[in-house]
Design a protein around this ligand. Sequence first.
Ligand SMILES: [Zn+2]
Ligand SMILES: [Zn+2]
Length: 255
Amino acid sequence: MSSPWLQAFKNTLYPIFCRACDARILTDENGYFCPGCWEQSPALERPFCTGCGRPHPLRVGFGTHQNFPCADCRDKPNRYIRRSYGATRYGDAMEEAIKLLKFHNKTRLITPIAERMHAFIEAEMDAGQYDLLIPVPLHFVRLRLRGFNQSRLLAEAVLDNFPRATLDDSLRRIRPTRTQSHLSGKERLRNVQGAFAVKGDSLKGKTVLLIDDVVTSAGTVTECAKALRNAGAAHVDVLVAALASHESARPLFVE
Ligand SMILES: [Zn+2]
Ligand SMILES: [Zn+2]
């Protein structure tokens, strides 16, 4: 952490501009977004679906804070995931932040992204119930290319929020998969089918929280949860930094 005068000096020499609105950043915030854009980057607000974690848009303004399942989750509950939680909506500054993190190696953004997750966990989750935090794994080839797994960094950053939980790496991606965002719904499912496996038997009877950066179609996390349940996990919930709406199928990957 630099002193204020050093920060001011650095700002004069190397001005930084907000990646969302181009305003000059004068504080030591997160280095990429001005406080206005970061604070406004979309929070998800109650009531949530108690299955997929998405907010019920039509209920806003009705004064209800009671969460309840959406029609999709009522009709076809996820067989492997008990409940999903998204700390923010995937859009605006959060979308930019996740792209900078994943594709431009800006791992410094883990801290502000995890801060949004901390606030959400405190407000909305029963953190004491989880035994294990498990990040969605990358295939080792992609891990070697990128140099880090953003989901693991996020899991490390939020671990202290879960009083009983430990970090567990027994979930593996056993074959490489194509980028999900370029694929249709059916292709997505086929792409990740059988891509994950669990090493060892540490999951028997455990309540697991699976951690990922973004969820769009839930295909990847569902396939992970299936492997975890088949390995004996009693319950699998999912927590992601940002939840994309079903409609926002904008390509996640700028390649
Ligand atoms: Zn801004
Ligand atoms: Zn739902």
